[in-house]
Design a protein around this ligand. Structure first.
Ligand SMILES: *Cc1c(COP(=O)(O)O)cnc(C)c1O
Length: 386
């Protein structure tokens, strides 16, 4: 084939920075001038902007997406003897937060089309745990994998009928929506991450928690800073932690949020174009009707993943595999109480999915090269195997 040898970034943060560098510089200078590095004015400015963007009552910025989950579970009083239902096909943080607060994660299989927690299997697992005498069902953490919101209307029904707390791990889906409503409004508590490569990323670690519940928001704010009260951080009314977002990261996020709506539109266009170019040779991602993905990843499925990946890398096209080993097979969890039964869809997806370069600054020409490379692999391979 005649695809030129090219070097392509998987996510091009430098291209984004070029567009906003001057305003970022100004924001950073401003923080250096006022010197309020912890909980400076940029924190409440950012929280206000996020609350307006999502249309959610409370936004509590924090130190990372992992801490956002951990703080939320602590705020809900989840701990020893509690079962928290989570998908196995997710990043380790979802399970870690559960284990760190003393509860047991119960792994649920995902649906084969959108890769999010399967409501029917979730319901079965809740019924099963209800019958056990050493575990109490307490919460569900749904994960919006690759940017697609989980099936929240079904999940809300399940959480309501069993009296469970519903948390949305929206680390990958900030900016996504279902009909008119944005990610951040579907669950009792939503958490997100501002890790640099997430849809809205800062230049370090960061995260946020969204909720409409006034009491929950108060407790979350208290836990974020050492269990302080309205009387201040030296009046410690509960055990908390240091889970604050840095002022400098908030300053960066304020500027990045300004260009974020435009970036979301670009992501839609780029994803749509990939699907046009690739749907004849691989399984391209599906999005449920009325849903908008934040397109954290553009993920295809093929039985020849390893060969395709090697082929693309050879032409300078980077690829990523999310996730090669699901959590129920990872050392800290396998064989534990958390793993009961088979998760066949999760097992299959962990062997067939592969993500392609995806970011709002991916140029048409580059995307064409990547797509031509994928198509050429299947043409050459068909020739070899025939
Ligand atoms: C990235 C990610 C997290 C953790 O976010 P950090 O900010 O890196 O702590 C949690 N859950 C999911 C699904 C993620 O993709």
């Amino acid at each position: 084939m005649s695809t030129d040898s090219i070097k392509i970034p998987f996510i091009d943060l430098a291209a984004q920075q070029k567009n906003i560098r001057t305003s970022i510089d100004k924001r950073l200078m401003n923080v250096l001038d006022h010197g309020k590095y912890i909980m400076g004015p940029e924190i409440s400015e950012l929280e206000g902007l996020l609350s307006e963007f999502i249309k959610v009552k409370h936004v509590v910025s924090c130190s990372s997406g992992t801490d956002a989950l951990y703080v939320s579970l602590l705020a809900a009083g989840i701990g020893k003897g509690d079962a928290v239902f989570i998908p196995s096909f997710t990043f380790a943080a979802t399970a870690e937060a559960v284990v760190l607060c003393g509860a047991i994660p119960v792994f649920i299989d995902v649906d084969p089309l959108f890769f999010n927690i399967d409501p029917a299997k979730l319901n079965e697992a809740i019924e099963r745990v209800k019958k056990s005498d050493n575990l109490k069902p307490r919460a569900i953490i749904a994960v919006d994998l690759f940017g697609i919101p989980a099936p929240y209307s079904e999940l809300c029904e399940i959480s309501n009928s069993h009296g469970l707390l519903l948390i949305a791990d929206a680390a990958q889906s900030f900016g996504g929506s279902i009909k008119e409503d944005k990610v951040g409004t579907f669950a009792d508590i939503t958490t997100t991450s501002f890790f640099p490569s997430k849809p809205l990323g800062c230049y370090g670690d960061g995260g946020a928690i969204f909720t409409d519940d006034d009491d929950m928001a108060d407790i979350i704010r208290s836990i974020r800073a050492h269990g302080g009260s309205n009387q201040g951080k030296y009046d410690n009314v509960r055990v908390g932690m240091n889970a604050r977002l840095d002022t400098i990261q908030a300053a960066i996020l304020i500027e990045k949020l300004k260009i974020f709506p435009g970036e979301l539109i670009s992501r839609q266009a780029i994803a749509g174009r990939y699907t046009e170019l690739l749907s004849d040779v691989v399984t391209t991602p599906s999005v449920p009707d009325g849903y908008l993905s934040a397109w954290a990843q553009y993920t295809i499925a093929t039985n020849q993943r390893e060969q395709l990946s090697e082929y693309l890398n050879g032409y300078g096209v980077p690829t990523q595999i999310y996730y090669p080993k699901p959590l129920h097979k990872q050392l800290p969890y396998k064989g534990s109480q958390a793993v009961s039964g088979e998760l066949p869809i999760t097992d299959k997806l962990s062997q067939t999915l592969m993500s392609l370069p995806m970011h709002p600054y991916l140029e048409t020409e580059t995307q064409d090269k990547i797509s031509r490379c994928v198509v050429a692999f299947f043409e050459e391979n068909a020739r070899v195997t025939n």
